[in-house]
Design a binder for this molecule. Structure first.
Ligand code: UDP
Length: 332
């Protein structure tokens, strides 16, 4: 029998890349997405898309009852640290409480496994870089807290009900499907690489660099960028590992790049200057976030195939240049 999977948020940036990876392998996938942040066009034609808000418990229950489900991959969430500082209860409710309810429903319907998109933000300002999974959990935002709420629910779902789970703590997702089918389309866009590309293409007057007085080699923030296709691959490897028990993995390349280095990479790939202006720090930004991904590499053999920053920027650039309005064909 074909294995059946649910992907919540499968019409979003990282989720859609996992859906493509599952579909490419011939797996049976159902996407649950309310399309508030996701895009219908990001779901391949052979994949069933159910337009459901995860807060609508009876509808979610009905889908889960129609099992058996090998696993639920849970991506659907709000993911902006800054927004979470302004709207803490939206994050704690929509990501946290709704996520916990989903875990509970998965236990009730005997779903085989649960894979959570978590975040490096759970570590807050790390004391040790590269950050290992054992680092203290000291998030500084309701966004990170909302992911921790679901991680903790999964812990108890495993302890008490035997639901195996993988908590995958992403660092900075970047790039786009190398085949050009999918890309990053957020409204508004807040991420560095797409905004630097927009500035290079003249779609924005300039890029504002958020702070140049950090304690880093060039004064700008350092982040660990990891290609979305490599993230998707890590989900599949983590799932295969769950027969041996639940796991928590950091997903990053283990190499940090500063904002200035990213700008230089965008300039090199696009052969255009990125007009940039130095601005103040963005509240809540740690100076450096770099993963130790030794654990997932050791336990599953995961090796990022698109670890080179230029390669990540190249795929992002190609998609953004070809999709000036994202998945929509026209502006508006
Ligand atoms: N950044 C910046 N200008 C921008 C957007 C981001 O200087 O317009 C910086 C930001 O301060 C951070 C890095 O780029 O150090 C990556 O930010 P992004 O929002 O892409 O991801 P985050 O690290 O917040 O998940």
């Amino acid at each position: 029998m074909r294995r059946r999977f649910i992907v919540t948020g499968g019409a979003g940036y990282v989720g859609s890349h996992l859906v493509a990876a599952l579909a490419d392998r011939g797996e049976d996938v159902v996407v649950l997405d309310d399309l508030r942040l996701g895009h219908r066009e990001a779901v391949p034609s052979g994949v069933k898309l159910l337009e459901i808000d995860l807060a609508d418990a009876p509808r979610v229950d009905a889908v889960l009852a129609d099992g058996p489900w090998q696993a639920v991959f849970h991506f659907a969430a709000r993911s902006l640290v800054g927004e979470s500082m302004a709207k803490p209860f939206q994050y704690l409710t929509e990501n946290g409480a709704v996520g916990i309810r989903l875990v509970e429903a998965c236990v009730r319907h005997r779903v085989g496994a649960f894979v959570l998109s978590s975040t490096a933000n759970v570590y807050g300002n790390p004391q040790v870089v590269p950050i290992p999974e054992e680092a203290p959990l000291a998030t500084t935002s309701p966004y990170g807290e909302s992911k921790l709420m679901v991680e903790r629910a999964l812990h108890w779902a495993g302890q008490i009900h035997g639901l195996p789970s993988a908590c995958l703590r992403y660092f900075n997702a970047a790039g786009a499907d190398p085949a050009g089918r999918l890309g990053e389309d957020h409204t508004p866009e807040t991420h560095l690489i797409p905004l630097a590309i927009d500035a290079a293409l003249g779609r924005a007057p300039e890029l504002v660099v958020f702070g140049e007085d950090y304690d880093t080699p060039d004064g700008t923030c350092v982040r660990d960028y990891v290609h979305v296709t490599d993230l998707a691959e890590a989900h599949l490897l983590a799932l295969d590992r769950l027969g041996e028990g639940s796991v928590t993995y950091n997903l990053g390349n283990g190499a940090g790049y500063s904002v200035r280095e990213v700008i230089r990479a965008v300039e090199a790939v696009g052969r255009r200057r990125v007009p940039a202006r130095m601005g103040p720090r963005r509240p809540g930004d740690p100076a450096a976030l770099v993963a130790s991904s030794a654990r997932i590499r050791r336990e599953t053999g995961w090796t990022p195939r698109h670890a080179d920053l230029h390669e990540m920027v190249r795929t992002a650039y190609a998609w953004r240049e070809g999709h000036p309005h994202g998945y929509r064909r026209t502006a508006g």
